[in-house]
Design a protein around this ligand. Sequence first.
Ligand code: UGB
Length: 598
Amino acid sequence: QKNLSIFYPDQAELAKMLLERGQSHLFEDWPDAGVDDDEKKALLGQVALLNSSYPGGLASYIKTARELLADSKAGKNPFDGFIPSVPSGEVLTFGDDNFIKYEEAGVRQVQNAAFVLVAGGLGERLGYNGIKVALPMETTTGTCFLQHYIESILCLSEASCGQAQGQCRRDVPFVIMTSDDTHARTLQLLESNAYFGMKSTQVKLLKQEKVACLADNDARLAIDPKNKYRIQTKPHGHGDVHSLLYSSGLLREWKDAGLRWVVFFQDTNGLLFKAIPAALGVSATKEYHVNSLSVPRKAKEAIGGITRLTHADGREMVINVEYNQLDPLLRATGHPDGDANCETGYSPYPGNINQLILEVGPYMDELSKTGGAIKEFVNPKYKDSTKTAFKSSTRLECMMQDYPKTLPPSARVGFTVTDPWLAYAPVKNNPDDAAKVPKGNPYHSATSGETSIYRSNSMTLRKAGVKIDDPVLQVFNGQEVEVWSRVVWKPKWAVTFADVKRKVSGSSSISQKSTLVIKGRNILIEDLSLDGTLVIDSVDDAEVKVGGSVQNNGWKIESVDKDSTALPEEVRIRGFKINKVEQLEKSYSEPGKHSLKP
Ligand code: UGB
């Protein structure tokens, strides 16, 4: 009370609100006014930020926290009364007529879409010191994730309006959600690379704030152990993206501009754009309000399972059940084997990869009601079975894929499943944890992230008629992976399977030891026999026919020691490096028709 006089009126109001909600401990043992006043005001400044960045403010946060902590203490099952079953969705087979039809429909929709990357996570599981979007997606070219994402969006939007970039009806908006952990470095990556070719005005960074930590079951806010005038904070989860899009006014802007789709994606999936056009096509054709892109999931794989939940009272929803909850839910509802593979070798529940496509109109309507608040959860680690004290402070969390939980039954919520190799290769696990992944399950590591890109590209070329050797098995950082020919192309060469098919003809072959890097736009592969490395580039208005026989010592993929500090972290976490021994490298800088036939 005696300190209230030092605060501005709005700060004093906030302090009173906290006192009324059982938070007097925050102000306990404070010296009299006149001592540490700046620090005391700084605490209230922090409280104001925590209050304004949470839908409903801190009062609502504390109320929800008390309810969820009570449920957790009582051992209440969040799925109480719900029976899980396998939902049906649109299953795509890469390259067949249906896939191509959806891809075409999806490309047409891109100019009506906004893209949103959630990149606020630091990636504790990966243990990498930089931001994940700056990691090379593959080390053949060293292209980082963010560059690939931006180039893919630009090329898709160009394909969508059928005109050169800059002449499109509008620039497709691209939003990146950052956090204190990633914001400055993401901005720096963009600025030092001229936004990878995107207009800086096209890119918006929205920073998520952390939320207050909770010290006990009464939801008393935890004091920062390093500073008694601060509340300890932790990330609230990727679900914040919805309230940020709403509170920033961007969603309204997009709706007013006539945009129809918001496409969400995560930080380290080098394959995601392979399936985005087809998934957008599914959204448009089926008029889905929510479309969740998914892949066949191995039992126990650390990705959520898309599940139909049916309640005795008639409620029903198709929703992600997070990987740590699927097994207990199944066991509690008559599936004694829990999270297990079925006869296909995969879990019957499709795997959620958090690539969501939401239709703007219904999304805006929903957020106008909720303010973007997403159903939260709390996961306290208790000291003992009495569940009266925590080992360390906890906080409320939310996930972006829980958005449909508040939707009415009339909402059209669907999902699209793609081939397992096509669209998902995240980089999430550090080498030691990845090496412990059960045999046959994806590693989700830097090693598998990169080798999966070569596999996906090689299989795509195979589907387009190129003869590609089978892969060999190799072990890097304790993980056995298939090593395919290192085939990489820039999005401007191909963003759809139709692009690949148009640019590949005749009878071509690529040996397993080979590397093919295609950088130019109009490179036509025709009767090429590659056994070595070929890197080919051209200006946009050149057309280059590439054929004949290319043979050289190529680029070799070589094991490295993950503990060798002489190597950069980006290399160590994948357990191999590319030794560039010999290559044929050609670049065509003049417009017109060219031919390469060594
Ligand atoms: N992220 C944020 O932007 N802010 C945050 O506060 C936290 C994360 P993780 P997770 O597809 O592989 C999700 O940590 O949460 C960003 C789904 O819940 O990599 O364990 C972060 O930068 C799961 O169902 O994943 O699991 C990153 O881009 C499954 O789909 C993204 O959020 C799984 O991803 C995901 O964060 C998956």
